[in-house]
Design a protein around this ligand. Sequence first.
Ligand SMILES: Nc1nc2c(ncn2[C@@H]2O[C@H](COP(=O)(O)OP(=O)(O)OP(=O)(O)O)[C@@H](O)[C@H]2O)c(=O)[nH]1
Ligand SMILES: [Mg+2]
Length: 374
Amino acid sequence: MSTYKPDWAPKNAGSEFACRVMTGVAGGHDGMPGIITGAAKPADASKRKKLGVEDYVQGVLAGDRVVLSRAITLIESNAPAHMDMAQQVLQQLLSFAGNSLRVGITGVPGAGKSTFIEALGCMLCDSGHKVAVLAVDPSSSVTKGSILGDKTRMEKLSKEPGAFIRPSPSGGTLGGVTRKSRETLLLCEAAGYDVILVETVGVGQSEISVRSMVDFFLLVVLTGAGDELQGMKKGVMELADAILINKADGDNMRRAMAARVDYDRILHYLRPATEGWQTKAYTCSALSGTGIADIWFVITEFQEKMKKSGVFNQRRKAQTISWVYSMVEEHLHNLFFQHPNVLVNKAAIEKDVIEGRLSATMAVKQLIHAFEVK
Ligand SMILES: Nc1nc2c(ncn2[C@@H]2O[C@H](COP(=O)(O)OP(=O)(O)OP(=O)(O)O)[C@@H](O)[C@H]2O)c(=O)[nH]1
Ligand SMILES: [Mg+2]
């Protein structure tokens, strides 16, 4: 195995400088499928059996995690042939999807979302649930990172036989990531996962996107006290079905309790995210596990109440329909902005608008005309 010196090693350091950076583990580790790094390809990679639509469908329905992973990879592929096959697989699995509780989890970086998911996920696996963890992270396509890429943060959960963890797809646009995450969610449900946890980092658009694919939306916050409360966008709080003040432990305990009162006061004046449900603030320590069972109780109470009132199913139907139209919109948007006639005329029309020779409305007419002429 090759090694090299870390960046901070003295330039002329010899072998007496004991620190080396080793390449990562390539094979199966801790019961997880191997992650292929660099040249270290497992011998059977090229011989891996090609799966047909029926193999995918049966494998997913049987709860085979390897087939599920491969089905998700198919869903994530941008190659036209794969997309076609992925849709055939999805179509057959659709009637087996839907039987889960979908929970979205958002919050600023470092709020403790992953630690919380690990604690909650392990607790649920212990009580017989099958838990899938997904991520929506449009920024990862830029940074090439992934919010769930750091396996060490969910080390315990990844060892649970009842858990399935999938890092965020690198899909480019948020629309692409959203489609892949939604379809992945459906595949996980067909594979028998009855709790789906979707983590997203709090960067605006992705929160709205996750809200639109889950039943319950949880906002994880920290006690940065007053400033954070001031800076927090009202919009984000209005998306949440519960606000969870994490790191309520040690010296932070008292501040967390105070923050809870502050949040509750503000929530009282905001429009709740779900009709017939009052969003409230709670505290927990994802690290020690205090408060995890309580927030799960809140989530299941929500599920029970909303199913009874019909809001649960109504929301799911509305989410699916609005997903259809948002994909139509995205498609039309791309058709327009990639149309050669639009591309040719755009700059001149913009110039005329900026310099006051053309009204905005007339500009629209000209652009649409450019788009429509054959
Ligand atoms: N004291 C204390 N530390 C915590 C708690 N929960 C998480 N942490 C620590 O906070 C840091 C960030 O936790 P993560 O779970 O990675 O946070 P995250 O929100 O997933 O972060 P991103 O994925 O980067 O957005 C880690 O060092 C955790 O150990 C908690 O309840 N108490
Ligand atoms: Mg995280």
